[in-house]
Design a binder for this molecule. Structure first.
Ligand SMILES: Cc1cc2nc3c(=O)[nH]c(=O)nc-3n(C[C@H](O)[C@H](O)[C@H](O)COP(=O)(O)OP(=O)(O)OC[C@H]3O[C@@H](n4cnc5c(N)ncnc54)[C@H](O)[C@@H]3O)c2cc1C
Length: 418
């Protein structure tokens, strides 16, 4: 699409230089957009991949250069106006301008917001060395240096996927690792009570001390260095390193007052339009009604997974171009997929899990490798596999087609037959 075909679109600004933002830039060029693309990113790094930050990079097995999403010279072929180390601070959708924290203003014809999410912090706690969150390359390198000596006592607050991946990596390096979780079971939000406990069994088998149903009262320190985590019952979990992994919040504060609708993410329509001409959102910061889950009460969703960010970045760019060229935007409908590596287990999930789901283990056994279906109101909602890759992806198409529970059971039977 030349600038003539894309109508009035001459300058597209993408905010957020990570996975969704990069895929948006790539898609604009692939579709033939030959106007200016400005990529604004708060980090100084060219886009890199986050999943290895809690796995191979943290373990010290991969060099940092290996996780670049595009090599430097390959990057140049996109012909981007790069504004790295610069944060967008305000958006004026009437004037179509963006204010940046270096004091400059950028005028856009089209805008893609891909600002991702940031770790939630423990409220009202002192600033102590040794207390870390994990979102950026710098966070990962900092944590790697603290656990590399294999003698650190590492406490992870929060038994979600990232917390458990850090626990597994630190334990594999030889650290003494405790995981503290307030809920009765790990991974509840991602997998539900029963399967969360089953998946986390690998931690007990590898010597991680997993404590659920405990409340964190405060962080304790001496001379500015963390010494432990005080629990609600008054006891202290002595720690050299504390990793806070209590979830993330979308990076949308800077958009308050812009006129966009914000509500646990940038609220978009089915095409990822943020409700203002020429403005789209993608990735961890975007909330949209996903037609693949039509009829379920949580059809409107925000997804915090790699595959979604990549797919949405590309889709938002295509829709921006389609509409600018006088066409009609296409709804973005997708079945979420994620993976997680913990010790020698590869966990994969397609679809969505919900506390009320019926769960049916159809292959293997929950004390090792297994696969399970998640169903709700007579329909398939998700499929979990632990070290069973061939049992998961075949269900993605069924989920996209709104398969019934009976159809899912039949598919499971066919996969396990013979
Ligand atoms: C340690 C870790 C491990 C993970 N492992 C997995 C995994 O195994 N499987 C999986 O599916 N997913 C995993 N994920 C999740 C996955 O990496 C994210 O879903 C993905 O990075 C989201 O991409 P994004 O581009 O939407 O946002 P982000 O990657 O969060 O990037 C957003 C970018 O925007 C920048 N930004 C924010 N605000 C502004 C602003 N105002 N101005 C300019 N720039 C701004 C940020 O600095 C950031 O660079 C993991 C994430 C982490 C942190």
């Amino acid at each position: 699409m030349t600038s003539q075909q894309s109508g009035a679109l001459r300058h597209v600004v993408v905010v957020g230089a990570s996975l969704a933002g990069l895929r948006a830039c790539e898609s604009l060029r692939e579709e033939g957009f030959d106007g200016t693309i400005t990529l604004v990113g708060a980090e100084h790094e060219i886009p890199y991949d986050r999943p290895p930050l809690s796995k191979k990079v943290l373990a010290g097995e991969w060099e940092v250069e290996r996780i670049r999403l595009r090599k430097a010279d390959d990057f140049e072929s996109l012909a981007l106006a790069l504004r790295l180390g610069v944060r967008a601070t305000a958006l004026d959708t009437h004037a179509r301008t963006l204010s940046l924290d270096d004091g400059t203003t950028v005028v856009y014809d089209g805008l893609i917001l891909a600002t991702g999410a940031s770790p939630r912090r423990l409220p009202d706690q002192p600033l102590l060395a040794g207390v870390v969150e994990l979102r950026t390359l710098a966070d990962s390198v900092n944590l790697r240096d603290r656990i590399a000596g294999d003698t650190a006592r590492v406490t992870v607050i929060g038994a979600g996927f990232i917390g458990l991946e850090v626990a597994a990596t630190a334990r594999a390096l030889g650290c003494a690792v405790t995981v503290l979780e307030g809920a009765p079971s790990p991974l509840i939000r991602g997998l539900g009570v029963e399967m969360g406990a089953a998946v986390a069994g690998v931690h007990a088998r590898n010597g991680v001390h997993l404590r659920c149903g405990v409340q964190v009262a405060s962080l304790e320190g001496e001379g500015g260095q963390v010494t432990g985590v005080r629990l609600g019952d008054g006891s202290l979990v002595a720690s050299d390193v504390v990793v806070v992994g209590i979830g993330v919040a979308p990076n949308t504060q800077w958009l308050v007052g812009s006129g966009l609708t914000i509500g646990d993410g940038i609220v978009c329509d089915a095409t990822l339009s943020a409700g203002v001409p020429g403005v789209y959102a993608a990735g961890d910061c975007a909330r949209w009604p996903n037609a693949a889950f039509a009829g379920f009460d949580d059809q409107e969703m925000r997804v915090e997974h790699w595959t979604n960010a990549a797919e949405q970045g590309a889709a938002a760019a295509r829709n921006l171009l389609l509409v600018a060229g006088g066409g009609e935007a296409e709804p973005f409908s997708s079945v979420p997929f994620f993976w997680s590596d913990q010790f020698d287990s590869r966990i994969q999930f397609v679809g969505r899990a919900h506390g009320d789901d019926e769960v049916h283990v159809f292959a293997g056994s929950t004390d090792g490798a297994f696969a399970a279906l998640y169903g709700y109101q007579g329909r398939l909602r998700g499929v979990l596999g632990v070290s069973m890759p061939r049992m998961v992806m075949p269900f993605r198409a069924l989920l996209a087609a709104n398969a019934t529970w009976a159809e899912a059971l039949a598919k499971a039977a066919s996969l396990t037959a013979g």
